[in-house]
Design a binder for this molecule. Structure first.
Ligand SMILES: [Zn+2]
Length: 266
C-alpha cells in the first residue's frame, strides 16, 4: 500500500491513477521533527518502473525539478528545520533499497558537517570552474555549467551549478529549470554511454547562506568504497578529472552528432 500523497503532478483526483510525478511520505522516516509531520519524503519520478533520467523527456525532468523546488521551499520553511538534503540513489551499490525511480528529501534539525565545510571552502575559494581554463568543463547550457572538480572523489564525478554564485536552489526561477534539466540529462546520458548501467548518486547541496553556491553532484559509484576511504575520509580516484571531463565531452559530442545525422537523414 502506498501512503496518501503529499503532492502530485497528475490527471484525476489524489491517490488514484493518472499521476506523472508524485510525492509521498517515507513510511520509515529517518528523522523525527515535531514541527514537520513528514520530515522524510519520497518523490516517485515516473510511473515507468524501468526508466532513468536519460530516458525522461527534458520537460519531464524540468517538472521533476519544479517538484524538488516546491518541496525544498516548503520543508525548509519550518522552524525546526536547519537543512534539507535531496538525494537520489540509483542501483544497489549507491544505496537504493527500492528499485522504482525515486528521489528522497530529508529535513534535518542541524547543518551537517560536510555542508559546513563546503560553505567554508566556497567562501574562501569559490568553486573550481571559476579558475579552470576549460580543461575540466564538461558542458554548458543556459546559465549553468557541468564540470569535473579537481578534488573529484569518484571517477567521472561531475558537478552541475549556476555560473553565478547563488546559495539557494529554492530561489531558482521556473524558466531556468529547462536548461538545467537539459544539462543534467546530457551529463547522465554521457556517463551511461561511457560506463553502462552503473550505480550513481545524484545529490543537491543548497543552503540559505549568501556565501554558498548550490550545486548538484553526480557521483558514479562503480568502484565502491575501500577500507582506506572509510578509515580516513581521503579518497583515491583512479581517473583524473581532466581525463574524465574530456571523455564526457566526447560522449556528449558523439550523441549530438548522431542526433543531427538522424534528423538530416529523415
Ligand atoms: Zn556539495
Amino acid at each position: 500500500m502506498t501512503p496518501p500523497e503529499i503532492f502530485a503532478i497528475r490527471e484525476g483526483p489524489p491517490d488514484g491513477p493518472g499521476w506523472r510525478i508524485r510525492v509521498i511520505p517515507n513510511k520509515y522516516p529517518a528523522v523525527d521533527l515535531p514541527d514537520l509531520k513528514t520530515p522524510h519524503e519520497i518523490v516517485i519520478e515516473t510511473p515507468d518502473h524501468n526508466a532513468d533520467i536519460p530516458d525522461y523527456p527534458a520537460e519531464h525532468l524540468r517538472d521533476l525539478l519544479l517538484v524538488f523546488r516546491k518541496r525544498l521551499k516548503e520543508m525548509s520553511s519550518k522552524k525546526d528545520v536547519k537543512y534539507v538534503q535531496l538525494f537520489r540513489n540509483k542501483g544497489a551499490r549507491a544505496g537504493a533499497s527500492i528499485f522504482h525511480p525515486h528521489t528522497q528529501i530529508l529535513a534535518l534539525p542541524f547543518i551537517p558537517k560536510r555542508i559546513k565545510s563546503e560553505l567554508e571552502f566556497i567562501r574562501a575559494e569559490g568553486l573550481d570552474f571559476e579558475r579552470d581554463e576549460g580543461t575540466r568543463t564538461v558542458a554548458l547550457e543556459g546559465d549553468f555549467i557541468a564540470f569535473a572538480p579537481y578534488f573529484s572523489r569518484f571517477p567521472f564525478e561531475t558537478w552541475v551549478v549556476p555560473r553565478k554564485r547563488r546559495p539557494d536552489f529554492a530561489q531558482t526561477e521556473e524558466k531556468e529549470l529547462l536548461p538545467l534539466a537539459l544539462l543534467l540529462k546530457k551529463v547522465i546520458s554521457a556517463l551511461k554511454n561511457i560506463l553502462g548501467e552503473i550505480p550513481y548518486n545524484l545529490i543537491l547541496h543548497t543552503l540559505k547562506d549568501r556565501d554558498f553556491h548550490w550545486h548538484f553532484e553526480i557521483l558514479p559509484r562503480y568502484e565502491g568504497l575501500a577500507g582506506f576511504e572509510v578509515a580516513t575520509g581521503v579518497y583515491m580516484n583512479s581517473k583524473s578529472p581532466e581525463r574524465a571531463a574530456s571523455e564526457l565531452r566526447a560522449a556528449i559530442k558523439e550523441e549530438s552528432d548522431e542526433r543531427r545525422d538522424s534528423q538530416t537523414s529523415d
